[in-house]
Design a protein around this ligand. Structure first.
Ligand SMILES: Nc1ncnc2c1ncn2[C@@H]1O[C@H](COP(=O)(O)OP(=O)(O)OP(=O)(O)O)[C@@H](O)[C@H]1O
Ligand SMILES: C[C@@](O)(CCO)CC(=O)[O-]
Length: 409
């Protein structure tokens, strides 16, 4: 019989989309990979046994949030779903009516509690996701028969910039969902294991998708899938997923424009363009699907060619992949989601014989530049200096690491 340790943490990576940004929303194939930059949630039990400290304490330095909720307030929030219960391992049973009902309850709760109603938009979104995932996952048909909730502190730190398009919200939702699924699983059945099995990851990804809906409105499901499972993923909505091995690694330069943007409004902008020019936009989306299909095969062949050390083949496959990235960026630009800062970055890359594209929703955020794993005429250091002197941040990152993880600390 396992019990919840008094301290543990969960990490989940950010993501970059290689192909399928926006078109994935319309059911086309996308390719995305996890980043080696992570969000971390630390859980620690609060108050000694018998103490009257009965609070859940939320600490999120990245968005300057530090507030507490009493366990009785939390139980009140749980009680609002009374008579309408579901099991923590069945997120699919939450249809849109239940989802909206839980959010309405949370909205009225937040509007009444002084510390919650004065939050910034960013803080409100974070608390709404947090309260949604907490109440929805810790809800249980037989709440009265479960062990009492213990007071705890939840501290969220992250290496990802918030609102930059590198999956900070998905990695935040995945870590939160994982934390509450681990707690709910042991509360519901002490014989359950304290782990993140593949079955639990499936459940976590589905909960995180619902959390993402709060911030994004109509997410494709790609971000929560990559941040949960890691690796390189071929994804098609609603939930077809194939893991592609990246045994030999894939490096990109992640370039931060420092221009903040809003994923939801960029997705809406593309939807409006599609309403006005449906056949044209659909043709662009289909072309993006073709890019994903070709890139999927190229990436598999590239990994194998690297393993076999076939230098000429690696160089040829790499240059084909670069062509696909350039075409993909132009198609995204034609949808109106590029930005002058992204164009400047890609121009600098071209001046150094490299190729890149915007990644995610666009409108600012990040560009990615494909880095050769073989010798080329490119002077990487001079390109990085050039990007830095133009005011951009650069990071050389490895793609395809592990997804959500549980750590005993
Ligand atoms: N480390 C964090 N701490 C607290 N809240 C966070 C954190 N990271 C993300 N969030 C929440 O997620 C929201 C950011 O979501 P948004 O979609 O704008 O950015 P993104 O995830 O970087 O972009 P994309 O989804 O396109 O990759 C923030 O407003 C905040 O509510
Ligand atoms: C723009 C988009 O394709 C990328 C968000 O990271 C939207 C989505 O997939 O939900």
């Amino acid at each position: 019989m396992e019990s919840l340790p008094s301290k543990f943490s969960i990490t989940a990576p950010g993501k970059v989309i290689l192909h399928g940004d926006h078109s994935v929303v319309y059911g086309h194939l996308a390719m995305a990979a996890s980043l080696d930059l992570k969000t971390k949630i630390e859980y620690s039990l609060q108050g000694a046994a018998g103490s009257n400290q009965r609070f859940i304490h939320f600490v999120m330095p990245k968005i300057a949030l530090d507030l507490s909720l009493s366990l009785s307030e939390f139980n009140h929030l749980l009680s609002l779903t009374d008579g309408d219960t579901w099991a923590f391992n069945n997120p699919q049973s939450i249809g849109s009516a239940k989802f909206n009902k839980i959010l309405e309850n949370i909205d009225s709760f937040m509007a009444m509690k002084p510390g919650l109603k004065s939050l910034s938009v960013q803080q409100q979104q974070a608390m709404k996701c947090c309260l949604f995932l907490m109440t929805a996952i810790l809800n249980h048909p037989k709440q009265d028969t479960l062990p009492r909730m213990q007071p705890f502190q939840l501290t969220v730190t992250s290496e990802l910039p918030v609102g930059g398009g590198a999956g900070s919200s998905a990695s935040f939702c995945v870590s939160l969902a994982a934390l509450f699924v681990v707690i709910a699983s042991l509360r519901a059945e002490p014989a359950n294991k304290f782990n993140l099995s593949d079955d639990k990851k499936e459940i976590i990804s589905n909960w995180a998708f619902l959390g993402e809906k709060i911030t994004h409105g109509n997410p494709s499901g790609l971000d929560n899938t990559v941040c949960t499972f890691g690796s390189l993923i071929a994804f098609q909505r609603p939930n077809t997923m194939e893991k592609i091995p990246l045994n030999q690694g894939l490096r990109v330069l992640l370039v931060d424009t420092k221009v903040s943007r809003n994923t939801k409004s960029l997705v809406e902008r593309v939807a409006r363009l599609r309403q006005r020019h449906e056949p044209v936009v659909d043709t662009i989306m289909k072309a993006m699907n073709g890019l994903s299909l070709e890139a999927k095969e190229l990436l598999k062949q590239l990994d194998e060619a690297k393993l076999n050390k076939s230098e000429n083949e690696v160089a040829d496959l790499f240059s084909k992949l670069e062509e696909l990235w350039s075409i993909n960026h132009c198609l995204l630009q034609s949808l109106g989601v590029s930005h002058p800062s992204l164009e400047r970055i890609l121009q600098i890359a071209r001046e150094h014989n490299l190729s890149g594209k915007l990644t995610g929703a666009g409108g600012g955020g990040f560009a990615i530049i494909l880095l050769p794993g073989h010798s080329t005429g490119c002077n990487l250091e001079s390109m990085m200096e050039n990007l830095l002197s133009n005011g951009f941040d650069v990071r050389d990152v490895e793609l395809g690491g592990p997804g959500v993880q549980l750590h005993l600390n």
